[in-house]
Design a protein around this ligand. Structure first.
Ligand code: BV8
Ligand code: ZN
Length: 266
């Protein structure tokens, strides 16, 4: 497989976007990294360095030490509240005006796609902004103010449910938990129907989300991947553009749609 040089954009990828009637943009943590949100692999910095993200993102971890898990998620929510959408999020939002149908499917639990202007974003792994009761499942309202920076090991006692007094958990999908059925079915349907899937900033390791590009390809779609490094999805993709999403995505979309205005800085 010919490896394109960094930041090279094959004009054929832009042409495929121009002729597409339904585009799916499938994103992972890499699309938010230029907003300062660490990807899952490097999510643990500073005080968190001695933990493994995947071992914290489980129901067992919460049962074992809910203050530690809640403190980690509040720290991540604080990072998101302080972050801004980057040019990749803005380009994806702008794309909606240039293609007949656009579906944004994300593995991310931040709301940066929405804050850039994307609508009806399909969140396969939930959201930091929709906590719920671990016992009865009722949604819990969290103030949008920046949570206080947990001191020390960043343990933070989770609030209690107004209805049953149970402990509040993050509204994300943990490892070992099933993905929300409606969102997963919407993503599978969009993958089957689209002509082009943009695969942006994902290592393609976490299932069943990582199976989406193959579903799109098997249904006849062209796949355009944007990632600084090689991933497990390289073989599936028609084109792989090696580079940062915040740089390559605006360039690619401007090649496809020259009158797309991407000057709005978030
Ligand atoms: C489930 C929310 C059924 C939490 C996350 C086969 C089928 C089904 C399940 C499995 C299976 N095989 C294994 C499993 C189990 C497991 C799994 O997939 N494990 C993996 C590790 C092998 N899957 C599950 O448990 C799923 N549940 O299948 O239910 C079930 C039910 C009961 C019992 C068993 C099964 C649930 C998975 C969801 C987990 N929750 N997130 C939270 O956020 O805390 S996943 C989490 O990790 C992220 O959401 C993300 O999706 C994933 C990967 O994290 P990252 O690597 O950081 O992000 P990403 O992959 O997006 O990679 C970053 C990329 O960006 C890199 O490639 C990097 O190069 C690139 N990048 C960096 N900078 C830039 C950039 N790209 C562009 N521009 C840049 N500037
Ligand atoms: Zn409750």
């Amino acid at each position: 497989m010919k490896l394109n040089p960094p930041n090279f954009i094959d004009p054929a990828a832009a042409t495929a976007l121009q002729h597409a009637s339904h585009v799916v943009v499938f994103t992972g943590a890499g699309v938010s990294s230029e907003s300062g949100i660490p990807t899952f692999r490097d999510a643990l910095t500073g005080l968190w360095e001695r933990f493994d993200a995947a071992s914290l993102a489980t129901p067992a971890a919460y049962r074992k030490d809910k203050d530690l898990v809640w403190g980690w998620y509040e720290w991540r929510r604080m990072q998101v509240l302080r972050a801004l959408p980057n040019p990749a999020h803005i380009a994806i939002a702008a794309l909606a005006q240039f293609v007949p149908k656009l579906t944004v499917v994300t593995q991310n639990v931040d709301d940066l796609h929405e804050r850039a202007g994307s609508t009806n974003v399909v969140h396969l792994h939930g959201s930091l902004h929709t906590p719920r009761c671990f016992a009865c499942g009722r949604p819990h309202h969290l103030d949008q103010e920046i949570p206080r920076e947990p001191e020390g090991g960043r343990r933070l006692r989770p609030p209690n449910c107004d209805h049953c007094g149970g402990s509040i958990r993050p509204g994300v999908v943990w490892f070992g938990e099933s993905l929300p059925t409606q969102e997963l079915n919407s993503a599978f349907t969009a993958a089957k129907q689209c002509d082009v899937m943009l695969v942006v900033g994902t290592s393609g390791l976490v299932q069943p989300a990582a199976g989406l590009p193959a579903r799109a390809k098997n249904a006849g779609a062209s796949l355009i991947q944007i990632n600084p490094v090689k991933t497990d999805l390289d073989g599936e993709c028609t084109w792989t553009l090696y580079g940062q999403a915040g740089t390559l995505l605006p360039k690619l979309l401007n090649m496809a749609f020259p009158n797309m205005d991407l000057t709005r800085v978030a």
